[in-house]
Ligand binder design. Structure first.
Ligand code: COA
Length: 128
């Protein structure tokens, strides 16, 4: 699959998979990977919105490969749509394997973030 050869989007977050994030077999919990993708979406969308954002929805996700303790996880984001108050991002998670010079895509998903105003209600995203 050609889309699995190279990450798409901007590198937004890098972190290390630690033992506390894994089950006894050394496999990292999917929820931890999703949390990193959510964080990266918040960073990228927050920069675009110039303010506070919240996760409104996450589209269907599947985990193609496991993440192991010691892997470096890199999250790439691309803004694919800016609505009135929402920002849609295509998000990819890639694992840099600890003992190998190998970068593999473990999962990808679509995150929809909504800009919030001071009152905590959806607010229009300004033009760039
Ligand atoms: C997300 C939230 C702010 C939307 O509030 P709302 O009153 O429903 O606002 P609206 O109906 O005006 O929708 C705002 C935008 O979000 C989009 N949206 C809302 N729910 C959506 C969904 N399930 N899927 C896709 N887009 C959605 C709308 O299309 C709209 O986009 P647009 O302005 O670009 O057209 C509100 O539901 C909320 O606060 N949810 C909790 C968010 C949260 O706490 N996330 C972390 C969970 S731990």
């Amino acid at each position: 699959m050609t889309d699995s050869l190279k990450p798409a989007g901007e590198l937004t977050l890098r972190t290390l998979a630690m033992p506390a994030d894994a089950n006894p077999a050394g496999d990292i919990f999917g929820g931890w990977v999703m949390a990193q993708m959510d964080l990266a979406s918040g960073i990228r969308a927050g920069e675009r919105a110039h303010g506070r954002v919240v996760t409104a929805a996450v589209k269907e996700m599947a985990f193609q490969l496991p993440v192991k303790i010691g892997d470096t996880l890199s999250i790439y984001t691309e803004i694919t749509r800016v609505g009135r108050t929402s920002i849609t991002l295509s998000v990819e998670a890639w694992a840099h394997r600890a003992r190998h010079r190998l970068l593999e895509k473990v999962t990808a998903g679509t995150f929809i973030m909504v800009a919030l105003g001071e009152d905590g209600k959806p607010t229009p995203v300004r033009e760039e």
